[in-house]
Design a protein around this ligand. Structure first.
Ligand code: SF4
Ligand code: SF4
Length: 113
């Protein structure tokens, strides 16, 4: 599995949308779109299931492009990930990391010494 750490610490390499247009058939991307509609709501289509990863410029899946407050904040602060942010541990990030221990571990490993 590719490793591409998002601003929040998630590994985009574990996301079905990560470079999906290169990896999956349209039918496989359709299955993901339907699952996301059930799991997260919205009306994802095949075209939505393709993303270059959170910290790269280019196409992103809809939530990560415009819904994620952590990503918006990190882009605005021009940090590499939240681990490098002077406000690391802010309320939004802490609430997320409390329920996603893998993301916490990924960010802790990137904290400056
Ligand atoms: S940024 Fe893209 S690859 Fe990363 S979790 Fe979000 S949708 Fe998936
Ligand atoms: S303020 Fe919080 S959410 Fe924003 S970049 Fe810093 S740690 Fe991440």
């Amino acid at each position: 599995m590719a490793i591409h750490i998002a601003y929040c610490g998630l590994n985009c390499g574990g996301c079905p949308a990560f470079h999906a247009a290169l990896r999956l058939t349209e039918a496989e991307r359709q299955v993901v779109a339907e699952k996301w509609n059930v799991d997260f709501g919205g009306s994802h289509t095949v075209a939505d299931i393709d993303c270059v990863g959170c910290t790269h410029e280019g196409r992103h899946a809809p939530y990560c492009e415009s819904g994620c407050e952590i990503r918006k904040c990190a882009v605005g602060r021009a940090v590499t990930t939240c681990a490098e942010c002077a406000a690391y541990g802010c309320e939004s990030l802490a609430g997320f990391l409390a329920v996603v221990p893998d993301a916490r571990a990924n960010l802790e490993a990137r904290r400056p010494a």
